[in-house]
Ligand binder design. Sequence first.
Ligand SMILES: [Zn+2]
Length: 305
Amino acid sequence: MIPFSGNPLDRASEKRVDRDWLEAKRRDPSSYILPMWKLQPFLLGPENARDRLEAGFLRPGLCEPLAGPDGVCILLGLEGDSAYFALDISAAADPANVGPLAGLGHFREMRGASMLLPAKDTAILGQAKAVIDWHQRHGFCPRCGARTALADAGYKRVCNECKTEHFPRTDPVVIMLATHSDSCLVGRGKQFPRAMFSALAGFIEPGETIEEAVRREIHEEAGVVTGNVTYFATQPWPFPSSLMIGCFAEATSRDIKVDESELAEARWVERSVVRAILNGDQSHGFWLPPSIAIAHHLIRSWAEK
Ligand SMILES: [Zn+2]
């Protein structure tokens, strides 16, 4: 399972406009509320208990006083009759240590949390993080500058003045492995940790297909010309709100010309070397992305063919 995918909740979008239902569910003892503090999800258990952590879904009535009057509350969805909400309690000063949550758990940065929790929890927390992050950045209308207000259980904001509706955005990003006979093309971004190589990636631009963006990005970043593009899988990536679209692209030549404003280095790597590195061989002097990233799964899928 690719992390942040496989969300088990029924998003129940038809319920988002039913205010009475939402109010009742927010108080219903069968519901769960996930506190988010400064975009960090709440996890049950102490910080050092790596193997006993759980996502901090709480019963109603515990964390709500921490949210303050403007605390964003969003409906994540339903599991059976149980409703799941996320509540932004960023207004609280130190909620892990002071107030009703003290001693129950801690807040952890989303990447770190995703490496410790079951896949289905990671997917739900990623949804919560992406939507709350969007609310924090869209308090004002881009059309007229007036304040906006939450609507539809968190899946819309409406401008208080011009009434324009704004919806949570998802930014499509292509991430692709160019291949040529028995080699694949990996690059080291300028911001990467030293010796980490990954698949190339870039935002899709307006007016572009996925295939066109794949070919353009590989050519821009590494100077490599590619032809046939095939789809692999996608990954919701809540940093802040991307959809990573994994693809393979068949290169028509191996000539590399790196765009130094984007990449520090790009190189072709033999399949046997990729396999060895994925199996823990450290003798090649570089490593590949960890399993939180779709790049890892893209590269592994090719390597194990
Ligand atoms: Zn407006």
